[in-house]
Design a protein around this ligand. Structure first.
Ligand code: ZN
Length: 432
């Protein structure tokens, strides 16, 4: 084990800003190298990148343990690491949260880490926030101020530690401290880097969007199946099925366990000029007998109480990520945009119906399987978009099914067939 040298008192604060800039520069250089290699497609460069990738991954500091200590007046969050890191902290109100941003680190923490808090911290979560950046979010029981935040370098074989001390405060004190914050709370991480297929597009482009990711796990089932894992596995299976048709190009909004806000998923599809966006989810309800697949298209208002409950859960993803909730876009008077929206909505509904018909032949559907809601990911004005709730993790039969690779492949193939039919009709309509 290699440990970084420590100061004589063991509690010397590192110079955060200097080190932080260095880390960002390295990350920027690496990603430029990546872009160059993709653009040139030089095998030697690609080989070099393959060599670099494991080295870079191995160099990520590892978070080995974390704990929350103290009481409802003073609480400390402590994270043990095998190497020193730079970090910044800031607070968010409504609900009260503390955010700790770090360079990319590997979290080797027990699966239930963060589920139980203490004192001022009710619970906490962590994960990859954007390329090269990890984030920890502490949910607070009430207003509190950050009294201290420092890196304690490793001493005599002990791990390096990130220490954040919180003190109970009034809302006024919380807001006053927030005003003084050096860090602007970011509205969202940058959208993922475009992975546009090489050359001019000759086939329709489908964006598959595996829901949730990173510190936003989504729903979970009684047997421990987690939505973010199911959505990614299913999207990968569906990409394979779509590529097998040879009819469309496919891009995923995420290919690993990372957080992307619902709005950025939609923006990504727009920037890619996608012809279709399919967002993949699996949900849970308090009513454990409810099961089956459903497909959502955009609506300005929730169609019933159950869907309102689901929308609340999906939009909660934004809160989980330590972002400010953005107001829904205001009505746009532009009549052209309205016409585009109307046409997109019609196409979305047409596709949703075709999708339901295909899925219904391979697996069970929820009653009234076509539903409407105002999910943020469905709001692209010009990209036909649907959100598929594959099933309910709260139902044990659905949970087992969702986790089955055979079921995923079967349903993914049915959905791919629906996509193929839809895009073929679109192409015929455009050329005719
Ligand atoms: Zn979901």
């Amino acid at each position: 084990m290699s440990l970084a040298p420590s100061g004589p008192d063991g509690i010397r604060r590192e110079s955060m800003h200097r080190r932080h800039r260095l880390a960002s520069l390295c990350a920027a250089r690496l990603s430029r190298l990546g872009a160059a290699a993709r653009g040139l497609a030089v095998p030697a460069l690609a080989g070099l990148l393959l060599l670099l990738a494991p080295l870079a991954a191995a160099a990520d500091p590892v978070a080995q343990a974390a704990r929350v200590v103290g009481d409802d007046q003073q609480t400390r969050f402590v994270l043990d690491l095998d190497a020193p890191v730079d970090f910044v902290t800031f607070t968010l109100a409504d609900p009260y949260r503390v955010v700790i941003d770090l360079p990319e680190i590997e979290f080797a923490l027990p699966p239930d880490a963060g589920s139980v808090g203490r004192g001022l911290v009710t619970e906490w979560r962590y994960g990859l926030f954007a390329t090269g950046k990890s984030r920890i979010i502490l949910d607070l029981a009430g207003p509190a101020v950050i009294e201290e935040a420092y890196l304690q370098p490793s001493v005599e074989g002990l791990p390096a530690r990130v220490v954040v001390s919180l003190g109970a405060a009034t809302r006024e004190a919380f807001l006053a401290a927030q005003e003084q914050q050096a860090v602007e709370p970011p509205s969202a991480p940058p959208p993922p880097e475009p992975q546009t297929p090489a050359g001019p597009r000759t086939r329709p482009l489908v964006v598959l969007d595996p829901g949730h990711g990173g510190f936003d796990p989504g729903a979970s089932g009684p047997d421990g199946v987690i939505e973010k894992d199911i959505t990614l596995a299913f999207a990968l299976a569906m990409r394979e099925a779509l590529e097998d048709t040879g009819a469309v190009d496919v891009i995923l909004t995420r290919e690993d366990d990372r957080y992307i806000s619902p709005g950025d998923r939609m923006i990504f599809a727009r920037e890619q000029h996608a012809d279709l966006l399919i967002s993949i989810h699996a949900d849970s309800l308090r009513q454990t007998n409810v099961r089956g697949t459903s497909v959502y298209t955009l609506s300005e208002r929730a169609s019933d109480q159950v869907t309102a409950q689901l929308a609340e859960q999906e939009n909660r993803s934004v809160l989980l990520a330590g972002l400010q909730i953005e107001a829904a876009p205001t009505a746009v008077a532009d009549i052209l945009l309205d016409l585009t929206r109307m046409e997109t909505r019609n196409l979305s509904v047409t596709f949703a119906r075709a999708l339901i018909e295909q899925i219904g032949e391979t697996t069970s559907l929820l009653s009234n399987p076509h539903r409407e809601d105002n999910f943020a990911v469905l709001r692209a004005p010009e990209v036909p978009s649907v959100l598929v709730e594959l099933g309910f993790l709260s139902n044990t039969q659905d949970e087992a099914q969702l986790a089955s690779a055979a079921w995923q492949r079967r349903v993914a193939a049915a959905m791919a067939a629906a996509v193929e039919g839809f895009t073929a009709r679109q192409l015929a309509a455009w050329s005719g």
